[in-house]
Design a protein around this ligand. Structure first.
Ligand code: PLP
Ligand code: COI
Length: 342
């Protein structure tokens, strides 16, 4: 396979158009066969559900080149299931799991030249999405939908690669109790843009959102869950009904317990406890594991993690190495985690 002439090592997290994308339409109560197309643009009604009432959702997963030269994806069945659950909550026709997985195989195979080589530090980010394409004018679910999937080669989500991040506690809320925080609806990201802009403007890398009801418990960032390591080496991660059930986090909890033999706790984490942790990190498909250096609270006080502002903490590093080792085939994966495409 001839790879595209891309400087893989200098890629950031930006869109690069690749050759093929998958498109399927839902009309008259059923999905069509779906196909790969070359056109990267979308043509829909001016009154489409997505344009008027933000009826849209998405997923994010990656394809990796393994140490032995295969191209694989990581637990894609969980992305398919999460998109199914999200679609139901937004009154969109769910994409059957087999259709999602078949689209993924077809689309990655058609773009193999864009899958970054093993050891390059880059990966192929896959973006499945579903939106109301048919016209609405009263507030109602759209009559027609499009399910699409494209990919783009990416480097690290945060500029500068794996480095400790400066976070602030957001003065804005991300997700209401009984709202949509637990699903991957596009609207959750639209409403956190302003908070993200404000954080970056003030020199922070990201926001830490607290629970909207009491403003006391740690929730997540705009695009990743949190993990923390206690001084006695337990992995602690927030339990909340209003955060996205991260596939990376679920995997890290398993890795911590079964590969690193650490105790794992998923429970409510009061913000007041954060200063007691030895290490902290953001985890997600795009973020992988990005260590936290400091968190500035709403009153301006700063929590500095003992792991410091230059290095990733030792347990976080072990988690990072084990997870990425599993994804890239240098460490044996639990049954069913790795799906080989080519
Ligand atoms: N939380 C939010 C809000 C996200 O957007 C993401 C990214 O998908 C995550 C958490 C991490 O989820 P995953 O590990 O499944 O990518
Ligand atoms: C992902 O990690 O796949 C996401 O969707 C997060 C987004 C902020 C890029």
């Amino acid at each position: 396979m001839n790879k595209k002439n891309i400087d893989w090592a200098s890629l950031g997290f930006q869109y690069i158009q690749t050759d093929k994308r998958y498109v399927s339409h839902f009309k008259d109560g059923k999905w069509d066969e779906g196909a790969l197309v070359e056109d990267a643009t979308v043509c829909i009604s001016e009154s489409a559900g997505v344009l008027q009432y933000s009826q849209s959702c998405f997923e994010g997963l990656k394809a990796y080149t393994t140490v032995d030269g295969r191209v694989v994806t990581f637990r894609p069945d969980l992305n398919a299931q999460r998109m199914y659950d999200t679609a139901e909550r937004l009154l969109m026709p769910p994409v059957p799991q087999e259709k999602f997985l078949d689209a993924l195989d077809q689309m990655v195979k058609a773009n193999l030249a864009y899958v970054p080589p093993y050891g390059s530090g880059a990966t192929l980010y896959v973006r499945p999405f579903l939106f109301g394409s048919g016209p609405v004018i009263g507030v109602a679910p759209a009559p027609e939908y499009e399910f699409r999937m494209f990919c783009t080669p990416v480097g690290p989500y945060f500029k500068g690669g794996v480095r400790p991040l400066k976070l602030q506690v957001s003065a804005f809320d991300r997700a209401a109790p009984k709202g949509t925080g637990h699903i991957k609806a596009g609207l959750n990201y639209a409403m956190s843009l302003y908070a993200g802009y404000e954080a970056k403007h003030k020199g922070f890398d990201e926001n830490m959102f607290l629970d909207a009801k009491t403003r006391t418990f740690v929730e997540e960032t705009g695009g990743a869950n949190f993990i923390f390591i206690t001084k006695d080496n337990k992995l602690v991660t927030p339990k909340s009904e209003t955060i996205l059930p991260s596939i990376t986090r679920r995997s890290l909890m398993y890795v911590a317990e079964h590969y690193l033999h650490l105790e794992v706790e998923q429970r409510e984490i009061p913000f007041s406890e954060v200063s007691e942790f030895a290490e902290g990190g953001l985890c997600g498909t795009a973020a992988v594991i990005s260590p936290i250096g400091s968190i500035t609270a709403l009153d301006g006080s700063v929590i500095e993690f003992p792991s410091g502002m230059t290095n990733i903490g030792p347990i976080t590093k072990k988690l990072y190495d084990t997870l990425t080792g599993i994804q890239m085939g240098s460490i044996e994966a639990p049954e069913g985690w790795i799906h080989t495409i080519a």
